[in-house]
Structure formats: C-alpha cells, structure tokens
Design a protein around this ligand. Sequence first.
Ligand SMILES: [Cu+2]
Length: 467
Amino acid sequence: MADTSIDQGAVAELEQRIERNRVSRDGWMLGAVAVSVVALLASIASIGLGARDSGGSVASGVGPETVVVELGDLYVRPASIDLKAGTELIVRVTNKGAMAHDLKLMGETGTGLVAPGATEEVSLGVIDATTQAWCTVPGHKEAGMVLDINVEGSTPGGDGAPGAAAAAEIDFAAEAPPDFQPFDPTLAPAPGGTEHTLTMHATEKVIEVAPGVTQEMWTFDDQVPGPILRGRVGDLFTITLVNDGKLGHSIDFHASKVAWNDEMRTIQPGEQLIYQYQAKHAGIFMYHCGTAPALHHIGNGMYGAIIIDPPNLPAVDHEYVLVQSELYLGPEGQPGDLTKMLAEQHDAVVFNGYVNQYKFHPIRVEPNQRVRVWVLDAGPSENSAFHIVGTIFDTVYKEGTYVLQPDQRLGGSQVLDLQPAQGGFAEFTFDEAGLYPIVTHKFANVGKGALGLFQAGEVQTTTAAGH
Ligand SMILES: [Cu+2]
C-alpha cells in the first residue's frame, strides 16, 4: 500500500487555495473551482503515486471516489487504480487524443464516446471486486486502452474478459468451401465519358477471409478490396461516401490532389461527404480509409484501387487486377488485431482479400495471349515482390512510368517490386500450356496465403504446379 503523506500535504495546500478563491469569486465560479479541485485532487492522487510505484494509485475507501482518467490515442492513464471493496467509482474522463474514445466497465457501463478535448464524468457503480474498464472502440482495448481496477483482497472475477477470446487461425492446407466465389480479378476497360459519378458505402461486415475463417472487415461497399475504379487522365471523379457503419470512416484517394482536412475528413455513422477531383496523373493508385488509426482501418480491409490509364495504353488479350494485403486476425468474426498490426505480425498475405483464392480458382488464359496484370500493394506494412513462376515480364510499368518496354535489347523483368501503397502493371505471355503460380517472391508469404495460379490452356490434372 502506498504512503499518502505527500498527498496530504498537497491536499492541505489546495484547501488553502480553495479558501482564497471562495472569498474572491462569485457563486458561478465556485462551482467551477470546486469541480476543478476534485479533478486536481484525483489527478495528484494518480500522478503523484503513479510516479512512485509503477502506476498504481489509491482512492481512500470511504464513500464515492472520483478518479481523473486521461484517455489518449491508445492509452489509459493511470493504467490501474486501487479501491476498497464497496466504493462507488466515479471517473472523470478527459480525452487528450486525436480520436474519439470511451471508457466502460467490462465494456458495458460508462462514458459515451468522448470527443477529442472533451471531458465526461460518470459513475461506474459500486465496485466490489477487481475488474477492468476499457475503450470499446474496436481495436483500442487490444492496443492497451484498459484500466485495471484492483480491489484489495480480490482477484479478477470469474466472469472473464470478453476480449480474451483467442485469435482465429488459418489452416493454409485447407480447401476452399464448395460454394466459394473468388473475387473477380478481371479488369474492365475504363467506362466511356470523362465524368464518373458514384456512391461508395463504408460498412463493417463479417466476411470469410480464408477457408472457415471470418473476420469483421471494415469495407468499401461490403467487399475487400473495395471497388476497382478506372478512368483516364483528365477525367472528373465525383464520389459520394456514405457511412453506413457504426464507426467513423473516411476516404483518401491517392489519385487526387485535394486538401486533406476537407475531402479526407472523417464522417460519422449516417453522414456523407462528396469527394470530387480531376485525375491529373496516370497510374494505379491506392485509396483507403484514413480515419485514425489508419493502420487499423487499412489493415482491416478499407482499401481499394483506382486505375488512371496512361495515354496510349495498348490493348491486350486479358487485363487483371491483384491487390496484395495482409491479414492480422482477431477472434473469429471480430475485427483484425491492431496490436498485431502495430507489431507488423501478420497472419496472412493475400491477393484480393482471400487466402490462396486463385490457387482454388486459377485464372484461365490461353498460351501466347498477352496478359496485363495491374498490382497494388495495399499493405498496410508488407512489400510485394510480385512474380509469376514460369514467365518473364517484357513490359513493366511502376508508379507512373514504364520501367521496361520491349526493344532491341530484349530485356526481361522477373519482379514488380512494390512498397505499401505503390502500384504498377506487368505484361507477359505464357509460352506453353500449363499452370503458372502467382506469388510474391518474399517466399515466407507464399506459405501464408500469397499463392495463386494462372492456367494457360488445357491442363492435365497430373501436372505439377510450377518449379
Ligand atoms: Cu475506416
């Protein structure tokens, strides 16, 4: 138990200051002063003691106790408090962070969403046993926004923390379910006209990401990746973003040159905004939700691609788009784990949102047909060494320019290398009928879901996949 003598001194000094204020202020100010003193006292209790004994603090066990709690972006300060059994716990919660947070006992009773800079005081009720309160914004508890409430002589109750569920696990040897429908990788030509007006919906939706594994993905239009948009240099895009979810969301088109604080602002559930821009540059650009923590919103599925065709883009026999990204699994049916995202510990790397999906459903072309594959690395954190086993790229376009085009030097490219948010395309043909694996040549990730197949022509079932 911590020594409280220092705080007694501080309390005495504060009482003197209150007394001075009392004679010089009117009644209106007295109320404010009284409140601020309560806050100061609790603040001293938590900060003063916290500095001396690894974060614990003490509220004396008589009557209701008010504790000042600071919420920030992915922390709760203090991280623990000590109470006597039977104390009514009142928390005065100030949000010092840049995003909204709340604090609820066992994730249920407590503050509403506290806006940045705002303060809310609420009773968490009478505390009889050791328990916890945490921020219920998805991912925040897992990232550390937990307040331990310790009651003397009491160990954590048997009701079990709901957040303790184990993360889902992927069986990389599993086959896709019989009714599995892959994300169609076929890229349609840019629609006619120079103005593109569309509506996109931000949602949260439970989606299968691997055989038998679902996650609550945060999406654009209920799909991961989001819709693939396409146009030409000079085209005008007018996108209405509607937030149909339960969290704040936003959108950031890398193909645009607009002010971050306007078009890219976060909108709350039920709100919408119009994001308009003229595409001034060619390339395959990422778009994503930028709401803090953007890592969580991107890592949990809120990304897509917009392709602005380079002028004079030649026709090919087939065009496809593959968006590479990682999965950081939370419990089955729950959002991805922000803690894993922060540690860059992904569970899987996938093309177009699902483990090994084009291994289950190979992309069918014919030998000697010319194929263009647009690739975007949505990350959030892994790079891509995009490679197709058994062929050589004769044309590579990356980040707005041709890296390689056919000429008398007969150069060949084996990998389209991309960092997060970079994109480009590769063109090639398959000289023989057979199967051609699609991988990132960062091979640790091939065994984690980054494996697909092109099938050129008819293939005997005994044919082995690539070497
Ligand atoms: Cu979002």
